[in-house]
Ligand binder design. Structure first.
Ligand code: SAH
Length: 370
């Protein structure tokens, strides 16, 4: 028997097409979305306004399947971390950060990561493939199940968990479409953020297909240092990255800004001269800056800066006119802090070297190694 299609991975356009291919009208796709995302019904038999014949067809060919919750941990500060088993059988993590008036969900987009940024623990695990769009949407569904008990829901999504979202382009676009769709989660485009280490051709492609918020993991004010911290910089250096960024933010319109993420590491990129150089570099870009104090993990070789250095770095950027926030560390006691999403997951390093050989030419298309 052919395997069932997981419809959590279908955005509105794809669902409409599914119905049209079965000889029905496109609006049936929107009806189905409302059953699933507004009424919480995933059993086709309950979808009483769909033609019976279509309900039977759906039952034979499709389903709604969620990742399995392997583990759930709650931090003393309210942050929740889940370890999830996804379609391929691997484990990934997601983190929910409740704050006053908002619930931010940090979702994973890949199983591990191929980019190998020098200070990120995900990179150290290697890579074992892309998540499906259904795996990504499923993370949101699961977090909402938990929040529903409190009468709440996810208000913001950041693709800042494991993986590089722009190397899993099609799935990430479909999943973020579902997050923004009024027939599904209905989040505003400003509340869905894709974070990237700088896959330039994919950023160029992005502005043609979406209008979500974009965060750039910059971490260094010059190519020499960035080459060392974020190796993809050797392929797409800062000038190319900033060109793509300004074109993206221009396409969004005058009211929108980009987010520049800058992880501060003691003695590496946290000095006043780095702040000055960063301010000069970003002068012409419509952006705000998020400073992330480095979250240490065993064997990282980096340290978190002293508080006074973090504060002075922020002051210098603010003096230069940049809105600059320092991200507070959450969920440290459960290893849910930024860049710590590793847990006890298996080593994938051998697979990573195979993957690297396979994508020597980085492409914005999804590349899956079997
Ligand atoms: N690949 C994407 C998204 C995942 S990383 C990207 O690079 O943007 C999400 C954010 O966490 C990035 O800004 C990353 O640089 C930051 N990060 C990774 N490891 C970290 C650590 N140990 N301490 C602080 N921030 C870290």
């Amino acid at each position: 028997m052919q395997s069932l299609q997981n419809l959590y991975g279908f955005d509105r356009g794809q669902l409409e097409q599914l119905f049209v291919e079965q000889g029905l009208q496109a609006f049936r796709g929107r009806q189905l979305m409302k059953w699933v995302y507004h009424q919480g019904k995933t059993d086709f038999a309950d979808m009483t306004d769909l033609p019976l014949r279509m309900r039977e067809w759906l039952d034979d060919h499709c389903h709604f399947a969620l990742p399995e919750i392997e583990q759930q941990q709650m931090s003393t500060d309210g942050t929740v971390k889940w370890l999830l088993r996804v379609a391929k059988g691997d484990l990934v993590e997601m983190v929910l950060i409740p704050e006053k008036g908002r619930n931010t969900l940090c979702v994973s987009s890949q199983i591990g990561c191929v980019l190998d940024c020098s200070f990120c623990s995900t990179g150290k695990q290697g890579f074992n493939g892309n998540l499906t769009a259904a795996d990504i949407v499923g993370q949101m569904v699961l977090a909402n199940h938990m929040l529903a008990a409190k009468g709440e829901s996810v208000t913001n999504v950041v693709l800042m968990g494991m993986g590089e979202p722009l190397l899993n382009f099609e799935a990430v676009i479909a999943a973020t479409n579902v997050m923004k769709d009024d027939h599904a989660f209905g989040l505003s485009k400003r509340r869905v953020t894709i974070s990237t280490a700088g896959v330039v051709p994919a950023i160029d492609k992005l502005r043609e297909v979406t209008d979500v918020a974009l965060a750039i993991s910059l971490h260094a004010p010059n190519d020499e240092l960035r080459d060392e911290l974020v190796p993809i910089n050797r392929k797409y250096p800062i000038a190319q990255l900033l060109r793509a960024c300004s074109e993206y933010v221009e396409a969004l319109g005058p009211a929108r800004k980009l987010v520049i993420e800058y992880t501060l590491m003691r003695g590496v990129n946290d000095q006043p001269r780095h702040a000055q150089e960063l301010a000069r570099l970003l002068k012409a870009l419509r952006c705000k800056i998020n400073l992330i104090p480095f979250n240490p993990f065993p064997g990282s070789g980096y340290e978190r800066p002293r508080n006074k250095d973090i504060e002075y770095f922020q002051t210098l950027l603010m003096r230069n006119g940049f809105t600059t926030m320092v991200r507070t560390t959450r969920g440290e006691d459960i290893d849910a802090a930024c860049g710590q999403l590793v847990g006890q997951v298996q080593d994938r390093t051998r697979r990573q070297s195979r993957y690297k050989a396979a994508v020597a030419e980085t492409s914005p298309q999804p590349v899956i190694v079997q």
